[in-house]
Ligand binder design. Structure first.
Ligand code: SF4
Length: 337
């Protein structure tokens, strides 16, 4: 099954990735206008609760006039977000209370630790489990980064540092390479992992400067992308992934299972095939974290399991991502099959 759709000409003449980040679509009305949508499909209240942020590249992959476009639904502020749902909270994983030994550090799993290298994303995904996260309290400057590095140096059980956020690639290469440089002299740190959606929503982020830093990086480096639907895999992303692979960066993907977007084994199979063609290894398929405002995206566990088994029947094992759920307080992700 191929997803070939007419695309919009929303990308202006070539911009640097920094300029593109300054030129995000932030007004719901602009998004509606660009995509020929009726304004009633947007909720101003939802947009006030969680800001709209969409790159022009990501918008260019959407089908104009289609209110159910699977990429649009990931970024469109809808009325369903404003309905309070039982069992959903503003902090579903309870990270900031229990696992936050230093500002911007989340140390939850054995052997690895997450460093919030940035407090912003290039797009705001409406289902994001950090949609209520107080990023302003976790803005790190170099002083806080050095404190985090000190924490990492003291804990010899750690072997991997994960740069997360926000989106760590929204930081400049200079900042990122400075941070990586600080980790270089910690002998027990062997691996650097970058969790990012930027190559997907703004492939021009993978430019010469980034590649040159990654090429010179002495730690084994991997990047975990976040792609939910095959329509997100553009020619530009494929090209960026090839360049990352050539820079010796191992690529993985995590998806979130989302009702009305990818809760279909045919779509998930198409996604796995397209990822693999783009040098990306399917890694995780996450059940939604129960964050307030995202209940309408929830797929029941029973349906998730059925999809997983359908996928296994269709694909070789190495193309089937692990279906997991993050359970607060657990020391690892929990497989749900
Ligand atoms: S890119 Fe990731 S962290 Fe940023 S809003 Fe989307 S899901 Fe959340």
């Amino acid at each position: 099954m191929n997803t070939i759709l007419p695309t919009l000409q929303l990308e202006p003449s070539p911009q640097s990735w920094q300029q593109a980040l300054q030129d995000l679509i932030k007004k719901p009305s602009e998004l509606a206008e660009l995509l020929n949508l009726s304004p009633e499909q947007l909720s101003q209240e939802a947009a006030e609760q969680f800001e709209v942020r969409v790159t022009r590249h990501f918008a260019s992959l959407m089908e104009p006039g289609n209110p159910n476009d699977p990429l649009l639904l990931q970024v469109l502020p809808g009325i369903a977000e404003t309905i309070k749902a039982e069992g959903y909270s503003s902090e579903p994983l309870m990270e900031s209370d229990q696992f936050n030994p230093r500002p911007g550090v989340i140390h939850k799993y054995k052997g690895r630790l997450l460093l919030m290298a940035s407090n912003q994303c290039a797009i705001n995904c409406r289902y994001c489990f950090r949609r209520h996260f107080p990023y302003q309290d976790h803005h790190l400057g170099r002083k806080q980064w050095l404190e985090a590095v000190d924490y990492i140096a003291q804990d010899h059980s750690l072997s991997e540092v994960i740069l997360s956020g926000g989106d760590p690639l929204s930081q400049s290469d200079k900042q990122l390479s400075w941070l990586a440089e600080q980790l270089k002299d910690i002998p027990h740190i062997k691996r650097l992992r970058i969790h990012s959606r930027l190559p997907v929503v703004l492939p021009s982020r993978v430019d010469e400067k980034l590649l040159s830093w990654l090429n010179s990086e002495h730690l084994q480096t991997s990047m975990v992308l976040h792609i939910n639907h095959p329509q997100e895999i553009s020619t530009e992303l494929r090209h960026a992934c090839k360049r990352l692979k050539d820079a010796d960066v191992r690529l993985f993907n995590q998806s979130v299972l989302l009702k009305g977007i990818n809760d279909n084994s045919g779509i998930l199979a198409e996604l796995s095939e397209a990822l693999f063609e783009s040098h990306i290894q399917p890694y995780y398929l996450h059940q939604l974290d129960k964050v307030q405002g995202a209940a309408h995206f929830q797929v029941e566990d029973e349906d998730a399991r059925r999809l997983y088994y359908e996928l296994r029947a269709e694909l070789p094992g190495y193309l089937v991502p692990l279906l997991t759920q993050e359970i607060p307080g657990k020391a690892a992700k929990t497989p749900i099959v």
